[in-house]
Design a protein around this ligand. Structure first.
Ligand code: FAD
Length: 311
């Protein structure tokens, strides 16, 4: 049986986490097929065909898939599922919206956010925002899972020579329709793939402070800006900047947590960062337990001073 990876892309580029999902798919030592859903997929299919370990790139192209609905992707996965023993994707908002629908339609378990694959149907996954690791075994003939991408090394983009083929897609799902997509334009790197992230918490106190204190530091470091849920709920930062269990999971080289307490729901989304720097006025703040470097101080003094000191 084959392994199917559902790829995530924006029409131009593959989301880097899909390369990590491709590495996870190698575990079964079976042919790895990658499913691309969209329209006009030739360019991205060609670049995927050279990814190491991929044996086949499958294009599911149709006009209604230009902005695909999770319902359409789930129906598509069901239509080709009989060829596969495993369907997997990186654990992102895209796959969290899509794969559970497919698993439900197929009446199999949804195994989400896998940290480690131990045997062909045995997995380690975290629960309670990463506080407890569970070891689970699935008896389903078809395993549907998402993988925690930072736990897998990205497949190299060269060396492969996969076949590219196209498949027929099921009729569009008519009970839901795509209306529009609103995308925030920013000169900063994308949060999910940035090498450096500067994140702020509720302690920034206002949207103006959030921008005025963090933006100059982020600009000097070429960093993306992130936020805690408390900062987002208070209206200091946009929803899409939320890092954590119910936000984006990041694993940059450097994560700077500014005035963030370190609640487990937040650290779930950043604890795989290579170096964590925490700035907090409370020496007992839990964030210091996972920080590589900690600075106890008032962020309104320390962040401008650090920013000024960076050449
Ligand atoms: P606080 O906990 O209020 O901490 C503020 C920190 O700033 C304190 O440590 C304080 O000492 C410090 N501080 C204050 N003033 C200064 C100053 N002048 N200088 C320096 N330090 C200062 N949270 C997330 O972030 N992401 C999630 O995805 C998420 N998902 C959740 C899901 C669920 C189901 C639940 C229940 C909660 C979730 N939360 C999430 C919320 C989480 O539990 C915390 O409430 C939140 O992370 C706290 O944000 P904070 O650190 O900004 O605020």
């Amino acid at each position: 049986m084959n392994i199917l990876v559902l790829a995530e892309h924006d029409g131009q580029q593959l989301n880097p986490s899909s390369l990590q999902a491709i590495t996870a798919a190698q575990f079964w030592q079976a042919p790895v097929h990658v499913l691309l859903v969209g329209s006009a997929l030739d360019t991205i299919a060609s670049s995927l065909a050279t990814v190491s370990g991929v044996t086949k790139v499958i294009k599911a192209e149709a006009a209604h898939l230009e902005n695909p609905l999770a319902e359409d992707i789930a129906n598509l996965l069901v239509s080709i599922s009989s060829e596969y023993s495993v369907i997997l994707a990186a654990h992102t908002s895209f796959s969290r919206n899509t794969l559970p629908r497919a698993a439900a339609l197929l009446d199999v378990a949804m195994i989400s956010d896998v940290l480690e694959i131990q045997a062909e149907n045995c997995y380690v996954r975290s629960i309670y925002a990463g506080n407890i690791l569970t070891h689970i075994q699935s008896q389903d003939a078809l395993q549907v899972l998402t993988v925690h991408s930072s736990h897998f090394i990205a497949a190299t983009t060269q060396g492969g020579s996969a076949d590219i083929s196209a498949i027929d897609v099921p009729a569009p799902f008519t009970q839901t329709r795509w209306i529009s997509t609103k995308q925030t334009q920013s000169d900063r790197p994308a949060l999910s793939s940035a090498k450096v992230v500067v994140s702020g918490g509720r302690s920034l106190g206002s949207a103006e402070n959030f921008e005025q204190v963090l933006a100059p530091l982020a600009a000097k470091l070429g960093a993306a800006i992130g936020a805690t849920r408390a900062a987002v709920d208070a209206g200091y930062a946009a929803n899409e900047l939320q890092v954590g269990q119910t936000g984006i999971v990041v694993a940059p080289d450097l994560y700077i947590a500014v005035g963030i307490s370190g609640a487990v729901q937040h650290t779930y989304g950043m604890k795989d960062s290579r170096i964590v720097v925490a700035i907090n006025q409370d020496p007992d703040a839990p964030i210091f337990q996972i920080a590589d470097y900690g600075l106890v101080g008032d962020l309104f003094d320390t962040i401008p001073a650090i920013t000024a000191a960076i050449q």
